[in-house]
Ligand binder design. Structure first.
Ligand code: ADP
Length: 427
C-alpha cells in the first residue's frame, strides 16, 4: 500500500470513530459508560498506552479519575489528583492543552500514580474539557505506543475527542437539571391541586352558614337594612360560585368527577343559556343570538348540568370580552356522530401566543392585578374538563381585535356507553 493510501485509510478510520462517537453522544443514556468508551477511542486514535478522564470535584477542590481506558487502571477511579502538582491540574487551571514529550524529570507529573501502579510515564498529552467557557475536567493520554513523540495531529485529534467529551458532559448535566425541574414542577402542581381541593372543601361549610344566616336575617331585619343584607348575600353567592369552580377542578383532577348520563336536548340547552345571558348582553348593548336546527333536538346522552356549565362559561366570556354594539352568536349543529356547539363573538380577541394556554387552570391573558374584568382564569379550564368528561373536544380560534370562536364537539353517545352496550350485546 502506498503512503498516500495509508494516509487516506487512516483519516477515513478517524472519521468513522469520530462519527461513531457523535452518534454515541446523541443516544447517550449513561454518562460514565460513555466516558469509558471515549478513553478507549482517545487511546486508539492517538496510539497511546493509556487514556483517562478526570473531572473537577467541587467539594474537595481537586480532580478525580472518572474513566480509564485500561482495565489495569480501574483502581484509579475516584482517586484524587491535586490541582497544583499534576499535569491534569496544570491543564485544568490554565484551560490550555499541554504535551510533554519527555516526562522523565518534569516536575508537573504527579508521580504518586506511577508509584501506585508500578508504571512509568514517558510522555503525556492532555486537553481541558471546557463547558460554557469553564474547564470542568481533563482528557489525557499517556505513552505513545511506538515510543515516538506526540504529533500536532495527535493533539488535534485529542482536542476533537475532548470537545465531544465536554458536549456529552453538558448534555448529561442539562438532562439532570431538566429532570430536577420536572420533579419540582410535578411537586408544585401536586401542592396546587392539594390546595385547591382543601380550600374548596374547607370554605364550603362556613360559607353555607353565612348564606343561611344572612338569608334568615334579611327576612327579620326588615326594610331598613335590606339593601345591606342583599349585598352580603350577593357577595356570598359570588364566593359560592368560586368555590364550586374550584371544587369542579379538584374533582376532575382527583379523578372523582363522574357524569350521570341522561338524554337531553342540546337545542333546548342553547336556547336556555342564550335566554339567561340576554339581559346582561342587552345591558352592554351587545346583540346576542342563537341558531339551532329545525326539527332536530340534537339529543345528547350526558349530564346536562355539566354541559350547561361549559357553555355558560364560554358565553359569559364572550359577553365580558365584547365591547358595546358588538355581537355574540351561539350555534349548535349535528356533524356526523357528534354535536358541535359554536360561540362566536366580535370582541377583543386573543393574542396568538396565548391561545394554546387559555384552557389552562388560572390562565388569564391580562395580568390578574391590572385587568378590568373579574374571574380567576378557571372558566375555560372547567369548560374543558366538563367537555372531556363527555369524551368531547374543545378548541378556540381567535384574532386579536377581531373576535373569537369557541367550539366544542360532543359524541352523541359517549364511548363509555358504547363499550357498555357492546359488552351487554355480547353476553
Ligand atoms: P376568567 O374567568 O378569569 O375569564 P377563563 O378561563 O374563562 O378565565 O378565561 C381565560 C382567559 O381567556 C380570560 O381571562 C381571557 O383573557 C381569555 N378569554 C376567554 N374567552 C375570551 C373571549 N371570548 N374573548 C377574548 N378573550 C377571552
Amino acid at each position: 500500500m502506498s503512503s498516500e493510501n495509508v494516509a487516506i485509510t487512516h483519516s477515513s478510520q478517524l472519521c468513522k470513530r469520530i462519527l461513531e462517537l457523535s452518534r454515541n453522544i446523541a443516544s447517550m443514556d449513561d454518562l460514565p459508560a460513555l466516558l469509558n468508551k471515549i478513553t478507549i477511542v482517545a487511546c486508539d486514535l492517538t496510539k497511546s498506552h493509556e487514556a483517562s478522564i478526570l473531572l473537577y470535584d467541587r467539594t474537595s477542590s481537586d480532580l478525580r479519575f472518572q474513566a480509564v481506558a485500561n482495565n489495569k487502571r480501574q483502581r484509579l477511579l475516584k482517586t484524587s489528583v491535586p490541582l497544583d502538582a499534576s499535569v491534569a491540574g496544570h491543564v485544568f487551571t490554565t484551560a490550555m492543552p499541554l504535551v510533554i514529550q519527555d516526562a522523565e524529570d518534569d516536575p508537573r507529573v504527579f508521580r504518586e500514580i506511577d508509584r501506585r501502579l508500578a508504571f512509568h510515564t514517558h510522555s503525556i498529552m492532555a486537553v481541558p474539557l471546557v463547558v460554557e467557557q469553564v474547564a470542568v475536567g481533563v482528557l489525557e493520554t499517556i505513552n505513545k505506543k511506538d515510543e515516538s513523540n506526540y504529533t500536532e495531529d495527535d493533539l488535534a485529534i485529542l482536542e476533537i475527542v475532548g470537545a465531544h467529551t465536554a458536549l456529552a458532559i453538558r448534555i448529561a448535566d442539562l438532562d439532570r437539571k431538566l429532570q430536577e425541574s420536572n420533579a419540582n414542577i410535578r411537586n408544585l402542581d401536586r401542592m396546587k391541586s392539594d390546595f385547591i381541593a382543601i380550600a374548596s372543601h374547607e370554605l364550603r361549610t362556613p360559607l353555607g352558614l353565612i348564606l343561611g344566616h344572612a338569608t334568615f336575617l334579611k327576612e327579620t331585619v326588615g326594610e331598613g337594612l335590606s339593601d345591606q343584607m342583599e349585598v352580603i348575600i350577593r357577595s356570598a353567592m359570588r364566593l359560592k360560585s368560586i368555590i364550586e369552580d374550584l371544587s369542579a377542578i379538584a374533582q376532575k383532577e382527583e379523578g372523582l368527577a363522574r357524569i350521570r348520563n341522561t338524554e337531553f336536548s342540546m337545542s333546548a340547552l342553547v336556547e336556555e343559556v342564550a335566554g339567561r345571558f340576554r339581559e346582561v348582553a342587552a345591558a352592554k348593548k351587545i346583540h346576542l343570538s342563537y341558531d339551532v336546527p329545525d326539527g332536530d333536538t340534537l339529543t345528547i346522552d350526558g349530564e346536562r348540568e355539566k354541559i350547561d356549565v361549559a357553555l355558560s362559561n364560554i358565553v359569559q366570556n364572550a359577553v365580558i370580552f365584547t365591547d358595546p354594539n358588538g355581537q355574540v352568536g351561539i350555534k349548535a349543529e349535528r356533524a356526523g356522530d357528534k354535536v358541535k356547539v359554536f360561540v362566536v363573538d366580535t370582541g377583543i380577541g386573543i393574542p396568538a401566543a396565548d391561545i394554546e394556554r387559555i384552557f389552562d387552570r388560572f390562565y388569564q391573558v391580562e395580568s390578574h392585578l391590572t385587568r378590568k374584568h373579574g374571574g380567576m382564569g378557571l372558566g375555560l379550564s372547567i369548560a374543558r374538563a366538563m367537555v372531556e368528561l363527555h369524551d368531547g373536544e374543545i378548541w378556540c380560534e381567535s384574532r386579536e381585535g377581531t373576535g373569537s370562536l369557541f367550539c366544542f364537539a360532543l359524541p352523541i353517545k359517549s364511548s363509555r356507553d358504547l363499550t357498555a352496550a357492546s359488552v351487554f350485546t355480547a353476553e
